[in-house]
Structures are given as structure tokens and as C-alpha cells.
Write a protein of this length. Structure first.
Length: 241
């Protein structure tokens, strides 16, 4: 049976953000890229909670699968791998973090995310997409990538994104730093060379897990799968399981 790969997109993206990665995978790989609740075709799905999203992930693939996640999708993938250990046979995280260690920092982040959510609910998707593109970690994307991401981002609606921030944002989810050592499956971490913040996080994560390795992709930023889809596909195709 062909290996199944489930790909989880980042905040403000949709499953279509993986199109070029999927196109670069070997034909034997069966890849599924669902729209996470609050996004794209699942914009109206409620509740937007970690528990509901993990149930969606389990329903996406019947057999054990490799789970790939970018940014917000990576954080969700970590939770899913730790809570459905019998189903996830390998984990690939792109520009991802286990969350904020400090409870006070998480509270501040929840408050900041709530302000962004309320602003989103007052805006058109075009206005929100334009503002989100200026987020520091995304602001250095090449123009062609920025244009492609903008098209994908506009497949969303502000109400859905607001719900996703409230239910799945960095401040909403507990820190997984204390649990990284529980992972018994192979973990691949991918970061862009220009993504200084998340590269440092990935280097720390490698030291906390028993079977993890890090790939740094040269000359790209946070959204490696947008800037270098072939490099991401190569890691997925070679993933250990």
C-alpha cells in the first residue's frame, strides 16, 4: 500500500498551499492536505478547537500515516503525534514550535491574538491578508512567493481566521516542551536559513527528542514549503518510519 502523508497548513493558508510540494512527491506517496477548521472550505466548521481538529486529522487517513505540519500546522501536528501515537508513524515539522514555555507569555499572546481576531472580524479578507503579509517572520518572502501566498490567503474569510486564532493560536495551546521526550517516532525538522527565530527553536527541539534531525534549507525564510517545495518533498520522500 502506498504510504499516506497528511499535510497541515499554517495560519491564514489552506490545503492548497501544499500543491507544489505534492506535485514534487514520488507517485507512490498518497498525500492529503485538508483545510484546517477556520480555513478555506472548513471556514465555517465549529468548534475550532484542538480536540476537534485532531479528530479531523484521524478521520483523514485510515491507516498509519506520516504527519507534516507548517507553523500552526506543525504545532497541531506535534499535539496529534503525542496523542495518537498508534496512528502517526513519522513527523515532519516546518518552521514549527512546541509553544510558549511560560504561562505568563501565553496569556500575553492570547490577549494579543484576541486583539488581532477582533480586528479581523471588522476587515475584509483582502485587508487582513495584506496586513498579515507584513508580519515580520513573513515579510521577506520573494515577490513571486508573496503573490502566490496572497492568492491562497484570500481563500479564507476573517470570521474563520478569528476563530482559528482563538482556538488554535500560540497562546491558546499548552506548551509541549516538557513532552518532546515522549516522542518515539522519527522526527524531521525543516527550517529556512533566513528564519533565525525558528531555526534556534528547532535546534533546541532536536536536543529534547530521542530521534530527531534538522534540515536547514539555504537562502529561504519561514515558509520553506512555499519557497523551496522540492526540498521539502525530498525530505518527505526520504523520511524514516
Amino acid at each position: 500500500m502506498a504510504p499516506t502523508v497528511v499535510l497541515l497548513h499554517g495560519f491564514t493558508n489552506t490545503g492548497r498551499s501544499w500543491d507544489e510540494v505534492i506535485a514534487a512527491l514520488p507517485p507512490a506517496c498518497f498525500a492529503v492536505a485538508p483545510d484546517i477548521r477556520g480555513h478555506g472550505s472548513s471556514a465555517d466548521a465549529r468548534p475550532v478547537t484542538l480536540e476537534a481538529v485532531m479528530e479531523d486529522i484521524e478521520a483523514t487517513a485510515r491507516e498509519p500515516f506520516t504527519l507534516v505540519g507548517y507553523s500552526m500546522g506543525g504545532r497541531i501536528a506535534l499535539h496529534a503525534a503525542l496523542n495518537t501515537k498508534d496512528r502517526v508513524r513519522g513527523l515532519i515539522l516546518i518552521g514549527a514550535s512546541p509553544g510558549l514555555r511560560d504561562a505568563g507569555a501565553r496569556a500575553k499572546r492570547r490577549a494579543a491574538d484576541e486583539r488581532i481576531a477582533k480586528q479581523a472580524e471588522r476587515e475584509t479578507i483582502a485587508a487582513f491578508a495584506d496586513r498579515w503579509a507584513r508580519t515580520p517572520v513573513l515579510a521577506d518572502q520573494p515577490e513571486a512567493v508573496r503573490a502566490a501566498v496572497d492568492i491562497d490567503r484570500r481563500r479564507n474569510d476573517p470570521a474563520g481566521l478569528a476563530a482559528a486564532l482563538r482556538g488554535l493560536g500560540t497562546g491558546a495551546l499548552p506548551s509541549l516542551w516538557p513532552r518532546l521526550g515522549e516522542l518515539e517516532i522519527p522526527v524531521e525538522l525543516i527550517v529556512g536559513e533566513r528564519d533565525v527565530k525558528f531555526r534556534a527553536t528547532a535546534e533546541q527541539m532536536v536536543g529534547e527528542m530521542s530521534d530527531a534531525r534538522l534540515t536547514v534549507v539555504a537562502r529561504v525564510g519561514h515558509a520553506v514549503h512555499w519557497e523551496a517545495p522540492e526540498a521539502v518533498a525530498a525530505v518527505i520522500a526520504a523520511a524514516r518510519s
